[in-house]
Write a protein that binds this ligand. Structure first.
Ligand code: CO
Length: 168
């Protein structure tokens, strides 16, 4: 198959756009028809040096994510976490929708999930380390949740000034 659609870098939706708080709808027909969208999302993620991107971040309330995976990128539809490890770890996270904000976020160290691929296949994925963190972050986006929703009220209070700068 040949792709003729030129790659596009899409505009990233930034905080405090209400779209980022909205719950995404499942994709009813995951498959090759959405290949171009996945490619545009991947190119947008790369252009912004991101490691993952969720569809609400490009203005689409649909359950679609792209995740940077060591040496290749993957697009996924309707990802759902089936199981997460009791083991957790804390690491610093940023988000393309919250430029300049980096927060230490606690996540499960390992997750098992199910998702559909752009080839229309349903697959089970076990993700560890950074991969597990990215999946959890992107799936949070599909639920309308951002990293600032994952910190203590005290920490969030301290962030108030920075968040206001994002909302001129
Ligand atoms: Co994000």
């Amino acid at each position: 198959m040949q792709y003729t659609t030129p790659l596009r870098t899409l505009t990233i939706v930034k905080y405090p756009d209400p779209l980022l708080k909205k719950k995404s709808q499942p994709v009813e027909k995951p498959g090759p028809a959405l290949h171009a969208l996945i490619r545009h999302m991947t190119s947008t993620m790369d252009a912004n040096d991101g490691v993952g991107l969720a569809a609400p971040q490009i203005g689409l309330s649909q359950c679609i994510i792209v995740v940077k995976d060591v040496d290749k990128n993957h697009g996924f539809f309707n990802p759902q976490i089936l199981k997460e490890s009791r083991d957790t770890n804390i690491d610093e996270e940023g988000c393309l929708s919250l430029p300049g904000i980096f927060l230490k976020i606690k996540r499960a160290s390992e997750v098992m999930l199910v998702a559909q691929t752009p080839n229309g296949k349903t697959m089970k994925i076990v993700a560890k380390g950074l991969g597990a963190r990215i999946f959890q972050h992107e799936i949070d986006h599909l639920r309308g949740k951002l990293i600032i929703d994952r910190v203590s009220p005290w920490k969030r209070l301290k962030l108030r000034k920075k968040l206001k700068e994002l909302n001129p």
